[in-house]
Design a binder for this molecule. Structure first.
Ligand code: SAM
Ligand code: SF4
Length: 435
């Protein structure tokens, strides 16, 4: 039977969220309907992440749960990076999986669904020359803050990471396509666009780089805010740093993963930066935009990491005073060089280091939030809060802000920040923007 309804569950990074939205648009174009929360669907797409072990295990256990929950088994499509890494093996591991589709082959999903509904078990993990982006329909739905993937894949080959294998080589979407998609998103109601890429600051079209793209997007009427993530230190050029000081719509926030503060570990990770070159970028960025919120990624327990190496990571946190950060225990990924390195670190040591690291991160995050107390600023309202009359939005520094207001999602309102917690701020309304 041809499925009439679908549900997409995305795990992992923002690029998966973006891909999930685009797959939904593609399926809707075929006449299928997205189900409401709690409703059974004829087709379930699990849009997976392979970056750490637990994420893949979670996807397989979700497949099992789908079988037990529904009255009839839906068609199950395994999408995303687990699909790319496992290929047909996924169907051997879990015979309930009908479709396996890798991240560069989503444009093939509708025809794969038709085949699967006739009993076939299609697998598509090629990285075709025709980009999936060309097959996606024009954007007709947008969130107040909408994602827009501009760059995919990675050629950096950090020794711990699966991305170069699951997402393929680094490609940039053409300038014209990105600008057209940004216009479509704004027409559909987006007030903020978050440009996405595994190494978004490597985006390039001919002589144009990300800074040029940001400057042109900033001219779009109705678009109020621009962000971009994730940046690689090696691609952080002066033009982009300068844009932070010159383009008011570019928000004062930079996610710049360092991973470790030890030169030795960074070399073993095949990161091209050193603690010194990284700190030099932070300094330049602060000179261009003094209030910038810097965020980062950290891996603790990379093979061979000594207590001294780990302390160097704590030191770089003290030097940067991160406004927020993501931190992970090293997870050995099959097929990556680090997985077979000597001196894999025992779990107890990783746990203990992660706790110490997160205590430090939390300290600076709270300090950053407190430093904004009393500031008059703007919040972009994104959704309804848990309490009556409460709405939740984002400050320019990407803090989650709770505010009592009758404003709607998509409103940009003037507030004063009146309370600071470790993970969020509270604000009082100053005046409502005329819609
Ligand atoms: N391209 C970005 C960069 O290099 O700065 C990061 C993109 S990666 C998808 C997101 C984060 O996942 C990385 O910054 C890293 O901290 C984490 N990560 C990647 N592989 C990992 C692994 N094997 N174990 C633990 N964390 C990992
Ligand atoms: Fe992974 Fe390194 Fe590429 Fe980032 S730069 S996606 S961590 S290989």
């Amino acid at each position: 039977m041809t499925p009439k309804t679908f549900k997409i569950k995305s795990f992992g990074c923002q690029m998966n969220v973006y891909d999930g939205e685009r797959m939904a648009e593609l399926l809707a174009e075929q006449g299928m309907r997205s189900v409401a929360e709690g409703e059974d669907a004829d087709l379930v797409v699990l849009n997976t992440c392979h970056i750490r072990e637990k994420a893949a295990e979670k996807a397989y256990s979700d497949v099992g749960r789908l079988r037990r929950e529904g009255s009839t088994k839906p068609l199950i499509a395994l999408a995303g990076c687990v699909a790319q890494a496992e290929g047909a093996e996924a169907q051997r591991r879990s015979p309930m999986i009908d479709i396996v589709v890798g991240p560069q082959a989503y444009h093939r999903l509708p025809e794969m669904v038709t085949k699967a509904s006739k009993g076939a078990r299609p697998v598509e993990t090629d990285m075709p020359a025709i980009s999936k982006f060309e097959a996606f329909p024009t954007r007709r739905h947008a969130n107040p803050s909408s994602f827009l993937t501009v760059q995919e894949g990675c050629d950096k080959f950090c020794t711990y990471c699966v991305v170069p294998y699951t997402r393929g080589a680094e490609i940039s979407r053409p300038w014209g396509d990105v600008v057209a998609e940004a216009h479509a998103l704004v027409d559909a109601g987006a007030r903020e666009i978050v440009l996405l890429g595994q190494n978004v600051n490597a985006w390039q079209d001919g002589a144009r780089g990300l800074a040029d793209l940001i400057r042109i997007l900033a001219k779009i009427d109705g678009l109020e805010r621009i962000r971009y993530t994730t940046s690689h230190p090696a691609e952080m050029n002066d033009a982009l740093i300068a844009a932070h000081g010159e383009v008011p719509k570019l928000m004062p926030y930079l996610h710049l993963p360092v991973q470790s503060g030890s030169s030795r570990v960074l070399r073993a990770m095949n990161r091209s930066h050193t603690p010194e070159t990284y700190l030099a970028i932070v300094e330049k960025m602060r000179a261009a935009r003094p209030d910038i919120a810097i965020s980062g990624d950290f891996i603790v327990g990379f093979p061979g990491e000594t207590e001294e190496d780990f302390e160097a990571t704590l030191q770089i946190i003290d030097a940067v005073r991160y406004a927020s950060a993501y931190s992970f225990k090293y997870s050995a990924r099959p097929g990556t060089p680090a997985a077979t390195m000597e001196d894999q670190i025992p779990l107890e040591i990783m746990d203990e280091r992660l706790q110490r690291l997160q205590a430090k991160i939390n300290h600076y995050q709270l300090a950053f939030n407190r430093s904004k107390l009393g500031s008059d600023t703007e919040v972009l309202i994104e959704r309804i809060g848990k309490l009556p009359g409460q709405m939740i939005g984002r400050s320019p520094w990407l803090q989650s802000v709770h505010v009592e207001t009758d404003c709607q999602a998509g409103d940009l309102i003037d507030v004063t920040l009146v309370a600071a917690g470790p993970n969020s701020m509270a604000a009082a309304v100053r005046s409502k923007e005329a819609a």
